[in-house]
Design a protein around this ligand. Structure first.
Ligand code: NAP
Length: 414
């Protein structure tokens, strides 16, 4: 009999409890192993008083320790006390499952090492992509590959907002308000709309894919708060959509990772992903490009990923116990390869701005698109790496008629 303790009973925790209860008999028949989820830790008991299984609840961590669980499922969120609690159990050889991306992005390497030292398992499938089994795919089914790229629409809130802006010609603030009213965005949406959530998930995926200690703090991160209706219109002119993409590449020991709004061909796999859906494209040297699509958050999709980890623990499946991240790599803050870019130049004199653009980019393939606005130019620049592009955009910015410049990677050009 495996004794399970649940730390947290919110959106995800209640879903996990539901799945454990629903599947208990089936699991017993299938693996001849029982599960008992008899202790649940929360902060304030009052919220849970009316539940049928209220006697399982406690707000005292000492009760969880005294229960002597075989498996701990942490779905409280945040760094502390989750970090201390998880460390306590791993040090004592207890298997831990968590959905906590904030914690794993910050302390994943340390906690995996602690698990290894103490013969325990640490599993965190639900921390990236909710119900999409992306971490397991990287670690199991795709083990025969060296990965060289990850591209992902991995934050449902921002994808919902950008979809509203695209389909209903809505400004950012109105789309955010609808997302909040419909429960797709939190009252404080900073972590989502500023790209931090996607950055943490990218760091977790990239660490596993390249077996490197990728900290999310090294990533250049840009969110969607500065996306204007004209950016969406410009993307439409190019048969594209603006998507917040978490992307990384690894080549010749050099890592590039970033979260940034990009133009994605509207009929490509990531371009077709709308609303709260998430998608990840991995590129491996053997498998080529492979796509995973599905619900990246929510009670049961996320609980489904936690439950999958639980079944592995119940069966004592040890997933790559040798996984170790090293620091042997260099990183760059700008896209290191040649790509195609959409440039928006805003200012007061279109003719002067066009002349300046043509002059600055005289050595590059430049195409000026007919835009909608009388104060903006949309230009397409091909086969340029980002560092060179930024140098030239800085030259352009010194023109007195230019007030603002934005550049978007055209993702399909990679
Ligand atoms: N929601 C999703 O769709 C989703 C998707 C993927 C991953 N995740 C991750 O899953 C985790 C849980 O998310 P959630 O949405 O389920 O959160 P939630 O709805 O806010 O629930 C949090 C639960 O943890 C308890 N809790 C929080 N701090 C605690 C503490 N210090 N001591 C004891 N109990 C504590 C809360 O108890 P009280 O009610 O008493 O405060 C509540 O029961 C987070 O790490 C999140 O990033 C969530």
């Amino acid at each position: 009999m495996k004794k399970i303790a649940l730390l947290g009973y919110g959106t995800v925790g209640s879903g996990v409890y539901e799945l454990v209860e629903k599947n208990r008999d089936r699991i017993f028949k299938k693996y001849n192993k029982g599960m008992a989820l008899d202790k649940i830790l929360v902060r304030s008991l009052k919220r849970y008083e009316t539940l049928e299984h209220y006697e399982l609840f406690t707000n005292d961590f000492e009760d969880i320790i005294a229960y002597e669980p075989d498996v701990v499922i942490e779905v409280m969120g945040g760094i502390e006390p989750a970090h201390t609690y998880i460390r306590h159990f791993l040090e004592n050889g207890v298997d831990v499952i968590t959905a906590n991306k904030d914690l794993i992005a910050e302390y994943g390497g340390e906690l995996l090492a602690l698990a290894r030292e103490n013969g325990a398992l640490l599993k965190y499938e639900a921390s990236v992509g909710g119900g999409i089994p992306i971490l397991k795919a990287i670690q199991e089914s795709l083990r025969g590959n060296h990965f060289d790229g990850v591209q992902a629409v991995i934050n449902g809130t921002t994808n919902f907002i950008l979809t509203k802006m695209h389909n209903e010609d809505m400004p950012y603030k109105d789309a955010l308000k609808i997302a909040q009213d419909m429960g797709f965005a939190e009252s404080d949406p900073t972590s989502d709309v500023c790209g931090f959530d996607a950055g943490r998930k990218l760091a977790i995926m990239s660490s596993l894919a390249y077996e490197k200690n990728i900290k999310w703090s090294i990533l250049p991160i840009e969110g969607i708060t500065e996306i204007e209706p004209i950016d969406i219109e410009n993307a439409k002119l190019l048969a594209s959509k603006v998507k917040l993409v978490a992307m990384s590449r690894y080549e010749d020991n050099r890592f590039y990772g970033a979260v940034r709004p990009v133009f994605v061909n509207a009929s490509s796999p990531l371009g077709l992903l709308d609303n709260e859906f998430n998608g990840v494209q991995l590129t491996g040297d053997a498998v080529g490009a492979i796509h995973f699509l599905g619900k990246g958050a929510g009670k049961l999709p996320t609980a489904s990923a936690v439950y999958g980890d639980l079944i592995d623990v119940i069966q004592d499946i040890k997933l790559r116990p040798d996984v170790q991240f090293d620091n042997d790599f260099t990183s760059t803050k700008t896209l290191p390869c040649k790509a195609k870019w959409a440039i928006r130049v805003s200012g007061t004199n279109l003719m002067e701005m066009t002349q300046c653009l043509t002059y600055v980019f005289i050595d590059n393939k430049l195409r000026i698109e007919k835009g909608h606005s009388s104060s903006d130019i949309l230009a397409i620049i091909e086969e340029t790496n980002e560092e060179q592009l930024i140098t030239k955009l800085n030259m352009l910015f010194s023109n007195p008629y230019v007030e603002k410049i934005k550049h978007f990677l055209i993702l399909d050009s990679l």
